[in-house]
Design a protein around this ligand. Sequence first.
Ligand SMILES: [Zn+2]
Ligand SMILES: [Zn+2]
Length: 285
Amino acid sequence: MLLRTLGITGSGPGPDSPASTYLVQVGPEEIRAAKAAGTVPESVEERQWNLVLDLGNGGFAAIQRHINPFDIDAVALTHLHQDHCADLSGLYVYLKYHPERGSAATGTTVQLPVYGPTAVSERVEEMCGISDGASLGSVYQFWPTRNSTPFNVNLGPIHIQPFHMNHTVETFGLRITAPSALRPGEIATLAYSGDTDYCHGAVNLARDADVFLCEAAFVEGRDDGMTGVHLTGKRAGRVAAEAQAKSLLLTHIPVWNDPAVTLAEASETYTGPTALAVPDGEYQI
Ligand SMILES: [Zn+2]
Ligand SMILES: [Zn+2]
């Protein structure tokens, strides 16, 4: 699997990056190797699969540099803060009103799966300024959490497992398992925190992950009074260490932070390979 860190700025877009937006891609060669090893079922289509993890402000622009928006297989949202879902409104307009392929022109529904928290469809209706749910239904097929049982999904060669996080609204960290790009035939793990403070859910999410993509929006000494909102670099490192994650990729750094401070904090608590995610970064996992 390939992780593209399209938007890595926290709490809103920055001058050099959209807000939280990630693209996970799995290609036909990885799928063939996994089928040969018996780690992916024979029934999975051998093609490129594209999963969007969160779609924050500006993220839809970045997606278009890499794939045709009609080739997105699903969008999975950690939570419904604007810096993680705002661009579902722009994507809706594109998929509905594209003059050749849009659902309005073809008369065929697109029904792109959108996995997310309980109120995902209401939130997107609100952002799109739509009160008629049928209109959104021509583009999106919502899979919300029901009775606090979160979505748990097989998308072709990709499995998505959500974990409850510790944030100000209902939030799920997403554990993504898919054929490895580095170890043909094997399954690799990407754990993405969404937004969270320290919690056992975050440790379970990141357990033994090849890459732990973890937010670190707060700074030690500055944000100490606020609990249940965000991690600091130090606390992100603590989660990575307790989970025995194999590497840590720090993200969701707001524009007012010094990323070097975040990186230094994480190195106090986690000794494995650690880096700051970069806009449009590519990570083979
Ligand atoms: Zn956020
Ligand atoms: Zn948030």
